[in-house]
Design a protein around this ligand. Structure first.
Ligand code: C2E
Ligand code: CA
Ligand code: CA
Ligand code: CA
Length: 278
């Protein structure tokens, strides 16, 4: 994992305008986090609204600094992207998801699909698709167990090359979803051409649902757009019963959020499986 020592730092400092010494310090700290196993994966269940059954899990990265405690991924992922460390971190995430899948299988649970968040810079990584295959093969995990979540901006950054990569991933059985849908700028003509399975409605729309009629309209529109393109829809950030009721009445397929469960440490997953009768 320590192979990727790209010299990307010089390139980025001016752009983000932080002092170079501070950036170097943070980069060193992040690299150390990877080497010293300070990262953990948490998992949040995705639930079917029709049957109430478990549909999958989303893997969410956590960094526990021995000196300061938990650091939010929204703080360190952007830095990891700027420094190029997102690549070894992303490989660690995929490998760790595979190992957890194998562990749960050994414990007697049926296979479950786990989705992984991908950043734009991971798609710019050379041979990224091959890296994914290699890790799945090494860890003996079926591509069908894996879903990749990417955002509209990742896709629109370089649609043609992303579409061809996604087709390749899809052809081996990996599931694909668009995350935070509605917050970026994706062209509807691309949406039709993308080999994706799922749209995830961003939690910002779900959260203001009851006070904001426009958000409710947007959610309705996304659900009907998705269904007309033969895609499933997941609503994220569902915290309240009235949000759930609205989503159910609009025919949303799945939901995720604190109402069902917070993201859980891997060790808590077997108990959650049991609760869902998995
Ligand atoms: P995201 O992919 O949109 O993930 C959803 C975020 O919403 C997660 O925040 C999750 O903990 C949080 N969440 C779930 N249910 C609720 C709810 O009911 N209410 C509220 N308010 N929040 C809820 P988290 O874990 O802090 O992750 C933040 C972002 O960091 C993620 O947003 C994703 O973009 C990124 N991220 C997380 N793990 C990874 C990773 O392994 N790789 C990459 N590249 N990015 C990651
Ligand atoms: Ca996500
Ligand atoms: Ca999201
Ligand atoms: Ca988000």
């Amino acid at each position: 994992l320590a192979k990727e020592r790209g010299n990307t730092y010089q390139f980025y400092t001016s752009e983000i305008g932080e002092s170079s010494s501070k950036l170097v310090e943070l980069e060193v700290r992040l690299r150390k986090a990877l080497d010293q196993n300070e990262f953990q994966l948490y998992y949040q269940p995705k639930v079917s609204l029709e049957s109430g059954t478990l549909e999958g899990l989303e893997a969410l990265l956590r960094w526990k600094q021995p000196e300061n405690g938990w650091v939010s991924p929204s703080e360190f992922i952007p830095l990891a992207e700027k420094t190029g460390l997102i690549r070894p971190i992303g490989e660690w995430v995929l490998r760790t998801v595979c190992r957890h899948c194998k562990l749960w299988k050994q414990q007697g649970f049926p296979p479950i699909r786990v989705s992984i968040n991908l950043s734009m810079s991971q798609f710019q990584q050379e041979n990224w698709v091959q890296t994914i295959y290699r890790i799945l093969q090494e860890e003996e995990v079926s591509p069908k167990s894996i879903e990749l979540e990417l955002t509209e901006s990742t896709i629109m950054h370089d649609p043609e090359s992303i579409i061809s990569m996604l087709k390749e991933l899809k052809s081996v059985g990996i599931h694909l979803s668009i995350d935070d849908f509605g917050t970026g700028y994706s062209s509807l003509s691309y949406l039709k051409r993308l080999p994706i399975d799922i749209l995830k409605i961003d939690k910002s729309f779900v959260q203001d649902l009851s006070e904001n009629a426009e958000d409710a309209m947007i959610i309705k529109a996304i659900i009907s757009l998705a269904h007309s393109l033969d895609l499933k829809v997941v609503a994220e950030g569902v915290e309240q019963k009235d949000q759930l009721r609205f989503l159910e009445s609009e025919g949303c397929d799945m939901a995720q959020g604190y109402l069902f469960s917070r993201p859980l440490a891997a060790e808590q997953i077997p108990a959650m499986f049991a609760e869902f009768g998995w």
